[in-house]
Design a protein around this ligand. Structure first.
Ligand code: NAD
Length: 397
């Protein structure tokens, strides 16, 4: 299959591009490298020493004999070049990772909020409009987030995208239909993923675009079978207060003897997935395009749920680290329950990698190996959901 990977230089995109290439896909990576420039803006760098994209694809060619094409393009602002690229490649599948993906970064300032809205919504809309303009029968696979469901405790396992509601009309007849699960975004970033869903509904209904939206949990780990083949293929690993997701941040904190920072009560329950499963899910989604017609297919791309405080205790027990509780910079419930359906990806053959399977050790080893690259000043959170959260945090620290 000819497969475009938009955002293919990023944390999920790069290992997915390699995995697809390893399984015979003819892969073109598209990226505008904004994520590398954001590192410069924030004064941080990946824990792991990532190479330039040119070096990465050269190494992949040397190690496997397989080619990955590279196109530098801004999905949100280079519409005409996007159309030309799609007309040339005529991809069977397009995997769309190319969005600003950090909730704290999206809440940093009005400029960061506006950038996140502009980048994510324009990027997604440009892609859909270009596919329709060219009349392509391509399958669009988008990375969404579990965060669109919100984190209220609800008495059901979260369904995959749709909720069946029944209602009684004026003559007393009962009807039922599937509606998009009501979204409850907790940040401007999550808001863009919620709005992306409406773009998908519209283009699917109006133009018949075939779309899969993957509601992904928090990704942990860094290496996959393919990135581990050569040090030049290593994946990025973010640990800073904006981009470092909770479990990876704990691993780095433990590796350098910095207390694990739990925000609020730690009673927040979140959904997780290992990066090795992310890349498998992407391939399963891409290769099951024949299942997609009529409506947007939503799949929950998660393998397990954990309470943040339990994760901190697990890492503390495994590594001897201490735990430090801080006021929560986010406006969110102190505690929630979370249970999630993930039948669709399991049905396609996903065999989940769980925390208990020992891969935590691999991540601890990576964190320890590159611990001398950590800048401890970048670990604390510097983005706050509102002024009250900032004041409470600063008074405490
Ligand atoms: P990332 O920031 O590491 O990668 C995103 C890539 O997209 C970067 O290489 C960036 O340069 C590129 N990009 C951004 N805007 C672009 C544009 N306008 N044009 C071209 N390229 C652009 O993020 P990631 O962690 O790999 O996440 C990828 C996707 O998965 C995101 O959509 C994110 O919301 C979703 N996701 C990630 C996680 C996670 O834990 N990392 C969890 C759930 C969902």
């Amino acid at each position: 299959m000819r497969t475009l990977v938009l955002g293919g230089d990023g944390f999920c995109g790069w290992p997915s591009a390699l995995h697809l290439s390893a399984h015979g896909h003819d892969v073109t990576v598209v990226d505008n490298f904004v994520r590398r420039r954001t590192d410069e803006e924030l004064g941080v760098r990946s824990l792991t020493p990532i190479r330039s994209l040119a070096e990465r694809v050269q190494a992949w060619r040397e190690v496997t004999g397989r080619d990955i094409a590279v196109v530098e393009l801004d999905l949100a602002h280079d519409y005409d070049r996007l159309v030309d690229l799609l007309a040339t490649v005529r991809p069977d599948a397009i995997v769309h990772f190319a969005e600003q993906r950090a909730a704290p970064y999206s809440m940093k300032s009005p400029a960061h909020k506006r950038y996140t809205i502009d980048n994510n919504l324009n990027g997604t809309h440009n892609l859909l409009a270009a596919v329709v303009q060219l009349g392509l029968d391509t399958h669009v696979v988008h990375l969404g987030t579990m965060g669109v469901y919100g984190y209220e405790s609800v008495p059901v396992d979260l369904p995959e995208g749709y909720l069946t509601v029944s209602y009684v009309d004026r003559v007393g007849d009962t009807h039922s239909r599937d509606i998009l699960y009501p979204t409850q975004p907790g940040s401007v970033y999550h808001l863009t993923k919620s709005l992306d869903q409406l773009l998908f509904q519209f283009y699917c209904r109006n133009d018949g675009v075939r779309i899969t939206d993957l509601h992904q949990g928090i990704v942990w780990g860094t290496q996959t079978e393919e990135t581990a083949l050569d040090e030049r293929l290593i994946n990025r690993f973010d640990y800073d207060g904006d981009y470092g997701t909770v479990l990876n941040r704990f691993l780095v904190q433990a590796a350098i003897g910095y207390p694990l920072t739990v925000h609020g009560t730690g009673g927040q329950t979140r959904a997780f997935i290992n990066i090795r499963d992310t890349v498998r899910c992407i391939r399963l989604a891409v290769e099951s395009a024949s299942d997609v017609s009529g409506r947007v297919r939503v799949m929950n791309q998660v393998t397990e749920t954990h309470r943040v405080a339990d994760l901190a205790d697990l890492i503390a027990t495994t590594t001897g680290a201490t735990v430090h509780r801080l006021p929560n910079p986010r406006a969110e419930a102190d505690a929630n329950d979370l249970a999630v359906r993930n039948d669709r990806l399991l049905g396609l053959g996903l065999d989940p990698t769980r925390l208990a399977t020992g891969l935590l050790g691999e991540s601890v080893d990576i964190a320890q190996k590159y611990a001398d690259r950590v800048d401890v000043a970048r670990i604390p959170c510097t983005s706050f959901w509102n002024e009250g959260r900032r004041v409470a945090y600063e008074q405490h620290t």
